[in-house]
Design a protein around this ligand. Structure first.
Ligand code: SAM
Ligand code: SF4
Ligand code: F3S
Length: 471
C-alpha cells in the first residue's frame, strides 16, 4: 500500500522523557508555567490543538488565553485561504510587544502554514522573535522541539520532518463539554486543483479500526455524547484494507451508550449507497450529512479535479434521502474559481436551490501558491466575484431561513451543551441534524439529551423551550 509509518512506543516514550525534562526545568525554579494555544482552521486542527495541549499539560503548563501571561504561545495555523494566513502574520507581529515585555517567552508557529517552505522562510527572515516552527508532520515530537529551544536558547525550524506517520497514544486535553473530535485519518490524496491541504498534510493514511474504536469507547465511557470522526475525505477511510468507512461506522455503532456519531468531510466521489444504508440502519450515526459540492458546473468541477459531475452529486443526494427521508444537508462551495463565468457560477446557485441545504459554507476562491489553480488565468475582477457570491448568499439565506422555520411547533430531541448568554433562551443545544438551538430550560439539563419545542428561528438557528423531560 503506502509508506505510512507508525511512530513506535520507544519513540513516544522518548517524547515523554522530554516532557519530564521541560517540567523539571520550571519545577527547579519553583514556577508554574502557562501556555496559550491559539488554533485556526478546521476541526482537524482543533483536534491537533488538543494533542498539543495534552503534551503541554504533561510538561506542567496551565492554560491562558492572554498572550501577556503565557510562557509559551503556540499559533496552530491554517493555510487554506490567504485571509487565514494574513491573520496569523498579524498576530505574529502583535506578539513582538508581549515578547519585549517578557523576553523569556517562547513563540511557536505550528499547523498547516508552518509546513509551507515559503512561510517558514519568511518567518526565519522577518520574524526573529519566533523561536519554533514545526508542521503537522512533527506534531508528535513537540516536547523534544520545545526542549531544544529551552536547551539552546536558539531558534528551531522543524518543518521538513518525515511526512506520512501515524502516532497513537499522544496525550490529549479536550475542550470542555459533550462534544469530542476523533481524527480517523490524516492527509489527503485528492489534489483538488485549488487546495493546499495535500501539500501541507501529506499523503492520506488511516488509523486502524481498533485504535479508532478504542478511542471512541473511551470517550463514550467518559460521558462524551456527540463524537465527530474527522478526515479530509472520510469516505476513503481504510483504502486497500478490508474495513471501509461504512464498516468502521457499523463497528463503532456496536459500542453501547447514548451518543451520536457524526463525520466530516465526505467526498462525493467516494460516497456510497453502502454508507447511506449503514447510517440509516445505525443506532448512533446522527442523521445529518455534510457533503461538499464546491461547484454546480461540470466544467468547473473538472478544472477543480473533483472527479464527479453535478448529475452524480444529485444522484447521491437522492440516494441519501431515499434511505433517510428529511435528512438535513450541509455543504461547502467556492465561488470565483479561475475563469468561472457568470453562467457557471449560476449553476452553483441553481444546485444549491435544487438540493435545499440547511446551511452552506461559502468561500470566495483564494489562490494558494504551489497549487495548480494558482497558475490558471483568472480574469474576473474581485468585485464581480463578490457580486456573484452575494447572490449565492441571498438565495441560500432565504432557503436556510425557510428550512429552519419549518421546525416551529415541532418537539425535537437535542443534546444540551452549554449556556448561550441570552437571558430569554439561556441554554444551547444541537439537534441530531446539527442545528443550533437556544432554549429556555433548567441549566441542570446541560450535558444530557432533552426534548425542546421549537418556537422561533433565525437564518442559522432555532429557538425553543424545554418540553416534558425524557422518559
Ligand atoms: N476535504 C474537505 C472536502 O474536500 O470537502 C474540505 C477541506 S477544506 C479544509 C474546507 C473547504 O475550504 C473546502 O471544502 C473548500 O470549499 C474550501 N477551500 C479549500 N481551498 C480553498 C481555496 N483555495 N479558496 C477558497 N476556498 C477553499
Ligand atoms: Fe482539499 Fe480536495 Fe483534499 Fe478536500 S479533498 S482537503 S478540498 S484536496
Ligand atoms: Fe486549514 Fe490545514 Fe485544516 S489548511 S482547513 S487547518 S487541514
Amino acid at each position: 500500500m503506502n509508506a505510512t509509518r507508525q511512530i513506535t512506543e520507544a519513540e513516544l516514550s522518548r517524547q515523554r522523557e522530554y516532557e519530564s525534562a521541560v517540567r523539571r526545568l520550571f519545577e527547579a525554579r519553583g514556577e508554574r508555567p502557562a501556555a496559550m494555544v491559539d488554533t485556526f482552521g478546521c476541526q482537524q486542527n482543533v483536534a491537533d490543538g488538543e494533542r498539543l495541549a495534552g503534551m503541554l499539560k504533561n510538561m506542567g503548563f496551565a492554560f491562558t488565553q492572554d498572550p501577556r501571561e503565557a510562557d509559551v504561545v503556540l499559533l496552530n495555523t491554517c493555510a487554506v485561504r490567504e485571509h487565514a494566513e494574513q491573520r496569523v502574520f498579524g498576530n505574529l507581529g502583535a506578539l513582538t510587544h508581549t515578547k519585549r515585555d517578557n523576553p523569556a517567552q517562547i513563540i511557536a508557529l505550528c499547523g498547516c502554514m508552518a509546513q509551507e517552505p515559503r512561510v517558514s522562510e519568511r518567518v526565519k527572515q522577518s520574524y526573529p522573535h519566533v523561536d519554533l516552527v514545526f508542521g503537522p508532520h512533527a506534531l508528535w515530537k513537540f516536547p523534544e522541539l520545545l526542549w531544544k529551544v529551552y536547551e539552546k536558547r536558539g531558534r528551531v525550524f522543524a518543518a521538513d520532518d518525515e511526512p506520512g506517520t501515524i502516532a497513537e497514544g499522544l496525550p490529549v486535553e479536550r475542550g470542555k463539554g459533550v462534544r469530542a473530535w476523533v481524527s480517523i485519518m490524516y492527509g489527503c490524496d485528492n489534489f483538488c486543483s485549488y487546495c493546499i491541504v495535500p501539500y501541507v498534510r501529506g499523503r492520506e493514511r488511516s488509523r486502524s479500526p481498533e485504535a479508532v474504536e478504542a478511542e471512541v469507547r473511551e470517550l463514550v465511557a467518559a460521558g462524551y455524547k456527540d463524537i465527530t470522526l474527522l478526515g479530509q475525505n472520510v469516505n476513503s477511510y481504510g483504502r486497500g484494507t478490508d474495513c471501509d468507512f461504512a464498516d468502521l461506522l457499523a463497528r463503532l455503532d456496536k459500542i453501547p451508550g447514548e451518543y451520536w456519531i457524526r463525520f466530516m468531510s465526505s467526498h462525493p466521489r467516494d460516497a456510497s449507497e453502502k454508507l447511506f444504508r449503514t447510517m440509516a440502519e445505525s443506532e448512533h450515526a446522527a442523521r445529518q450529512l455534510h457533503l461538499p459540492f464546491q461547484s454546480g458546473n461540470n466544467r468547473i468541477l473538472r478544472e477543480m479535479n473533483r472527479r464527479y459531475t453535478r448529475e452524480h452529486y444529485l444522484s447521491l443526494i437522492a440516494a441519501a434521502r431515499s434511505f433517510m427521508p428529511g435528512l438535513p444537508l450541509t455543504s461547502d462551495v467556492i465561488i470565483g474559481f479561475p475563469g468561472e463565468t457568470e453562467a457557471e457560477a449560476g449553476d452553483t446557485i441553481s444546485l444549491a436551490e435544487e438540493v435545499g441545504f440547511h446551511a452552506l459554507f461559502t468561500f470566495i476562491y483564494s489562490p494558494r501558491p504551489g497549487t495548480k489553480a494558482a497558475s490558471m488565468p483568472d480574469p474576473v475582477p474581485r468585485e464581480e466575484k463578490q457580486r456573484r457570491f452575494d447572490k449565492l448568499l441571498e438565495v441560500q439565506n432565504a432557503r436556510s431561513t425557510a428550512l429552519h422555520a419549518a421546525y416551529i411547533g415541532k418537539t425535537v430531541r437535542v443534546l444540551v451543551d452549554g449556556l448561550s448568554g441570552d437571558s430569554a433562551h439561556p441554554l444551547t443545544a444541537r439537534t441530531e441534524g446539527n442545528r443550533l438551538v437556544r432554549f429556555a430550560g433548567d441549566p441542570a439539563l446541560i450535558g444530557g439529551f432533552a426534548n425542546v419545542t421549537i418556537t422561533g428561528n433565525t437564518t442559522w438557528s432555532l429557538y425553543g423551550e424545554a418540553a416534558q423531560p425524557e422518559t
